[in-house]
Design a protein around this ligand. Structure first.
Ligand SMILES: Nc1ncnc2c1ncn2[C@@H]1O[C@H](COP(=O)(O)OP(=O)(O)OP(=O)(O)O)[C@@H](O)[C@H]1O
Ligand SMILES: [Mg+2]
Length: 339
């Protein structure tokens, strides 16, 4: 894959990326060899439990963490080793929206000043009336009145604060926005509004999103493709249609079984797959398949072989020695022996 010529529509790419953090307790393998491609205008939903490495993968796209090995490419350029000075240009093309807008906005500064920061850093509008004008425009794009620019974050509701976070991300006119659980801390009714806003902005501005979430329900209506992470690796990737109807990896199946179904009849009859134990330590992941210690279907082979992502159907890859295949599912879930 690394020798492929980059197709023009690839906005950003992680290639066999590893991000390890040395700590007193050992080396944390937060991201441990993942490859992702983001195509122009699409939303890739990145899903997994807490600690699976989703945020670290997102931060790597802005080079807010240093890769241990592998490559980060943005707009066809290898930014893996870019200097701090060049990274400023990268952080204009790639922006990030965080889960907690309260924490990502400076409480002592006005909303307008926070939104204007990227305008100053990237020299997009002169201080004064040009910036005020642009800030008003950005506030309008996220559905806020221009006079909110004079307020401080604590005077705003959670939803308004997240709109400000989005306005700030839009200020540099990025191609790609990493949305790191952007609605997770908001009330349900507000969540829907923010999702609609994000969808509208994507349509109008041709934005590409990496949409990070804990659970599959959160990304279902937003994603063109989905990647499921477990302990620093991508264990399954594919179209939402495939992932939701016929997950091939037992971990995806378990995540999916936790998603509520609207039909109460179906909901009552559903089987929940409850995973044993906690996610193992990323300092010392299990040998072979990392998921085997919690996998309801683990076999002896799973301790010996570390499975790689392999095509299961035309638009679905899974890293499992014994993936659930469509044929097996039709016959009551029995899976054929691996050949
Ligand atoms: N700067 C760091 N130093 C040491 N360990 C880190 C650092 N950043 C992340 N980690 C560890 O790396 C692993 C992955 O963290 P990360 O935040 O990427 O996971 P996540 O999937 O985003 O989790 P969450 O859903 O809780 O946000 C975790 O074990 C975390 O504790
Ligand atoms: Mg995170």
């Amino acid at each position: 894959m690394s020798t492929d010529r980059e197709p023009a529509d690839v906005v950003a790419e992680l290639d066999d990326l590893k991000v390890w953090f040395p700590t007193p307790g050992g080396t944390v393998r937060a991201v441990d060899g993942i490859s992702l491609r983001l195509r122009r205008g699409e939303t890739l939903g990145l899903v997994g439990e807490s600690g699976s490495g989703k945020s670290t993968a997102g931060l790597a796209l802005l080079r807010l963490v240093d890769p241990t090995s592998g490559r980060v490419r943005v707009a066809g350029e290898d930014v893996t080793r870019w200097s701090r000075r060049r990274l400023r240009a990268l952080r204009r093309r790639v922006a990030m929206v965080f889960q907690d807008p309260q924490a990502s906005l400076d409480p002592r500064r006005t909303v307008g000043d926070s939104i204007a920061d990227p305008l100053t850093v990237h020299r997009l509008a002169d201080r004064g009336s040009a910036q005020r004008h642009r800030v008003a425009e950005l506030l309008d794009m996220v559905g806020l009145r221009a006079d909110l620019a004079e307020r401080h974050p604590h005077e705003l509701s959670g939803g308004q604060r997240q709109r400000v976070g989005i306005a700030r991300a839009l200020a540099g006119q990025p191609d790609l926005i990493v949305l790191d659980e952007p609605i997770a801390s908001l009330d349900l009714s507000v969540q829907a509004q923010i999702m609609n806003l994000l969808r509208g902005l994507q349509r109008d501005l041709g934005l590409t999103y990496l949409f990070i979430a804990h659970d599959l329900a959160a990304v279902e209506h937003m994603s063109d493709r989905i990647a499921v992470m477990y302990l620093g690796r991508i264990v399954e990737t594919g179209s939402p249609a495939r992932i939701y109807q016929q997950p091939a990896h037992p971990y995806t199946a378990a995540l999916l079984s936790a998603v509520p179904v609207a039909d109460p009849q179906v909901e009552r009859q559903r089987r929940r797959i409850v995973l044993r134990g906690d996610i193992p330590s990323p300092v010392d992941p299990p040998d072979g398949c990392r998921f085997r210690t919690r996998c309801p279907q683990a076999r002896p082979d799973c301790a010996r072989t570390d499975p790689v992502l392999t095509a299961v159907t035309a638009d679905q890859d899974a890293a499992c020695l014994f993936p659930v295949t469509a044929v097996a599912a039709m016959h009551g879930g029995d899976r054929p022996e691996a050949s």
